[in-house]
Design a protein around this ligand. Structure first.
Ligand SMILES: Nc1ncnc2c1ncn2[C@@H]1O[C@H](COP(=O)(O)OP(=O)(O)OP(=O)(O)O)[C@@H](O)[C@H]1O
Ligand SMILES: [Mg+2]
Length: 250
């Protein structure tokens, strides 16, 4: 018998406060969340509801003020900085709100960058980055700079970079923000394919009901509290958000 796999993400009673002029600002309250392997979870909520703050905690980029977080079964708080960086590098791909590409580096070097930290030799770095850029439809622009391609293409580069370490978990904060409908659909198909064919766990922040409808589970935050965690269609309906019936799960 094999031991049961721990959830990819397990949050217990997570809170986050930021210091403010009039005392601490409470941004997240008592968040409990378990996400299993292969799930595709959409996170929605009004601007300022704490979505990016939560994603930063999930990505190990910021620490919670209270509560506990286990990533792939390992307690994150109290991990030495190096061990956290290593866990992040091995387990996680992060697509930021805004793309965070290095403006003076080629697309190839941007995508290959995380492999430097992982100690992968140059030849293999180039080969893997090339394959991924081909996968996202940019195989003919390897040496372009980020400023020479469109916003949608930059977003695909950011996704390729998030995939380069073959992570078990991808965290994407508004990956289709500011993109036109066509490009958004392309990006969502890529995510769906990764989720379905490679079993990659996906957690994706979006403010668009149509994008959330690609997920298998919806988490909604309002004022830093989880107000919905369950099926997408019902959660959208509860929030009064309409979306195309063509994508309505059956
Ligand atoms: N470093 C910080 N210091 C102080 N307050 C912060 C900090 N980061 C975020 N906040 C506050 O926390 C709240 C939640 O911010 P967050 O960025 O998580 O919202 P969001 O749900 O991602 O919003 P959006 O949809 O606009 O991206 C906001 O009120 C914001 O001002
Ligand atoms: Mg945000």
């Amino acid at each position: 018998m094999t031991a049961p796999m721990p959830p990819v993400i397990s949050l217990q009673g997570i809170a986050k406060d930021f210091p403010g002029g009039d005392g601490p600002v409470h941004v997240l309250h008592d968040i409990h969340l378990e996400i299993g392997r292969g799930e595709f979870v959409a996170i929605m909520g009004p601007s300022g509801s704490g979505k990016s703050t939560l994603m930063n905690i999930l990505g190990g980029l910021d620490a919670a003020s209270a509560g506990s977080y286990r990533l792939a079964g390992q307690a994150v708080e109290g991990l030495p900085v190096n061990a956290l960086a290593d866990l992040r590098n091995r387990a996680l791909g992060f697509v930021f709100q805004g793309f965070n590409l290095l403006p003076r580096s080629s697309l190839l070097d941007n995508v290959a960058l995380p492999l430097i930290y992982a100690g992968v030799p140059l030849h293999e770095r180039r080969q893997r980055a090339t394959e991924l850029l081909q996968r996202v439809g940019l195989g003919n622009r390897l040496q372009a700079l980020p400023g020479q391609i469109s916003g949608g293409q930059q977003q695909r580069v950011a996704i390729a970079r998030a995939l380069i370490n073959r992570p078990a978990l991808i965290l994407a904060d508004e990956p289709t923000g500011n993109l036109d409908t066509r490009t958004s659909l392309d990006i969502m198909s890529l995510f769906e394919e990764l989720n379905r064919e490679q079993g990659i766990t996906l957690v994706l922040v979006t403010h668009e009901a149509d994008i959330a409808s690609h997920a298998s589970r919806l988490v909604r935050l309002v004022d830093g509290r989880k107000v919905w965690d369950g099926p997408v269609a019902e959660g959208l309906a509860q929030a009064g958000l309409a979306f195309g019936t063509a994508r309505m799960p059956t």
